[in-house]
Design a protein around this ligand. Structure first.
Ligand code: SAH
Length: 483
């Protein structure tokens, strides 16, 4: 899965070649390889070279390929939709590229990415389904490895299934209402018994299943569904498989601001996306508005994914949304996610429980430390529990002072992670006494999680910066600025 939003310098498309002329210049091994790739399509292949490798010529004769044994000339390119230069001679290849371009025909020059208008992908062929893998010329071997993996994943019968789908398209358009119902139809078509029957070669069974599915999908009252889904700490590949599937099936994704774009974009491109999030200063929906939104979307028959960072049940205000759904009688489910504390612990290689040291855990925001009486969890901390503080930047000073006053040693180890699980994560470590400095780190703009307790001493501090040094630096800079 991709990190953040990477930019492609070559955008993949599929070029229609049925009955069209595609021309390869060259008669050697490179040209042969291209011809073999292109012969997977229904293009009319023309190979132009004075000398044709005998094996190539024999294979070409078997595959209905036209050979023209003449010297290259630009006029020969006219009428082609694509041109491949594979003569092995750079000067000629360059001339072919220029000529093709002058005729507005996209050209590919073997092993010369700088001369190419397009790259040829590695292909997994399940016609009419094709997976094309490109690396912008950076790694043909990598492309082949990926190809092999995808090839293994996809059933050999996939093409037959897609052809069957094309056969039923018209009937589906007539009988299944467009929108959510139709998407549901196709998702059962490709995902369930029909696919399995086609795979087993039981085409008659498949046809019966399709008829049944068509009947089931005839207009009925739409019933929506809401999934409260944990998006995990931010890294796309820390989504669960179930979260991924629900995202891909969703008609609408209602997400919090903390969920990165790369995770939201796992959903279908044409799914509606609604940012319900609260992020410093921006307008955001009230909890009430979100509850109403979820209910009304579901009543329209939509499949809704309510995407929350981490685990939805941990400081996710999910209680209110659940109550609203229950009251409205909307079918719903909950999909757990990796909570920030676990991601932060992983980044620090920090065991949250440690035999003989810490055998319980507290998830807190520290907000309940502001009152007069000490919350129960403070006592747990003193008895050795590991404490994970969510949303804890503003309460850092309170947490530190109150816990120390309650008897927790100021030397107790502390680990702080910003943007846990993401490439831009930052790690800090120190003691309970260092913790108040956190509020002053103005450059901590990502979500921050703090872990306190003796178990922290078991962490790896290799990639982490001491809080104390950070604070000294910040105050030195402050003094300098004042001077
Ligand atoms: N449901 C979420 C928590 C929501 S409260 C979960 O289970 O993780 C929001 C707080 O979560 C943030 O203030 C921060 O303390 C924490 N958080 C979420 N993602 C984080 C991340 N990638 N790194 C560090 N902290 C994170």
């Amino acid at each position: 899965m991709s990190e953040q939003n990477a930019t492609l310098n070559a955008f993949p498309i599929f070029v229609k070649t049925d009955g069209k002329r595609v021309t390869i210049i060259g008669g050697g091994g490179e040209a042969f390889a291209k011809a073999r790739l292109l012969a997977q399509s229904s293009a009319r292949l023309l190979v132009i070279a004075e000398v044709i490798d005998p094996a190539f010529a024999k294979w070409g004769a078997d595959h209905g390929i036209d050979f023209l044994r003449v010297p290259y000339h630009r006029d020969l390119l006219a009428g082609s939709v694509l041109v491949f230069a594979a003569t092995g001679d750079l000067a000629t290849d360059r001339r072919v590229a220029q000529d093709a371009r002058a005729l507005s025909i996209p050209v590919n020059v073997v092993d010369r990415p700088e001369l190419c208008d397009f790259y040829t992908p590695a292909i997994v062929n399940r016609a009419p389904v094709a997976v094309a893998i490109g690396t912008e010329g950076t790694g043909p071997v990598l492309a082949q490895q990926i190809r092999a993996r995808i090839d293994q994943m996809l059933s050999p019968a996939l093409g037959r299934l897609a052809t069957l789908a094309a056969h039923y398209r018209e009937a589906v358009e007539l009988r299944v209402p467009r929108g959510a119902a139709r998407r549901r139809f196709w998702s059962s078509f490709f995902g369930g018994r029909i696919a399995r029957s086609v795979e087993n070669g039981a085409l008659q069974d498949a046809a019966l299943e399709v008829e049944k599915l068509l009947r089931d999908h005839e207009p009925v009252e739409p019933v929506g569904h809401v999934a409260l889904v944990g998006a995990g700490p931010g890294a796309q590949d820390l989504l669960t498989l179930r979260a991924q599937r629900l995202l891909m099936e969703a008609d609408v994704i209602v997400h919090d601001a903390l969920v990165p774009e790369s995770v939201v974009s796992v959903g279908r491109r044409d799914a509606d996306r609604i940012n319900a999030g609260k992020r410093k200063g921006c307008h955001s929906k009230s909890q009430e508005e979100i509850n109403e939104l979820l209910v009304s979307l579901a009543r329209e028959g939509k499949r809704v994914v309510r995407l929350k960072c981490g685990d939805p049940m941990v400081f996710g205000r999910v209680g209110e949304e659940l109550a609203a759904l229950r009251e409205a009688g909307i079918p719903h489910e909950i999909v757990p996610g990796i909570t920030a504390a676990c991601a932060a612990a992983a980044d620090f290689r920090l065991p949250l429980t440690l035999r003989g040291v810490a055998s319980s855990m507290v998830f807190t925001t520290g907000h309940d430390l502001k009152g007069n009486s000490l919350p129960d969890w403070a006592r747990l901390a003193i008895e050795g529990a590991t404490v994970a503080v969510y949303m804890g930047r503003s309460t850092a000073a309170d947490v530190s002072e109150r816990l120390a006053a309650a008897g927790l040693s100021p030397d107790t180890a502390v680990a702080v992670v910003e943007n846990a699980s993401l490439p831009n994560s930052r790690l800090f470590h120190g003691t309970l006494a260092d913790l108040p400095a956190l509020a002053g780190f103005d450059d901590l703009t990502g979500p921050v999680l703090t872990i306190i307790g003796d178990a922290v001493a078991g962490a790896s501090f290799e990639n982490s910066e001491p809080l104390a040094r950070r604070r000294a630096l910040a105050s030195a800079m402050g003094e300098e600025a004042a001077a």
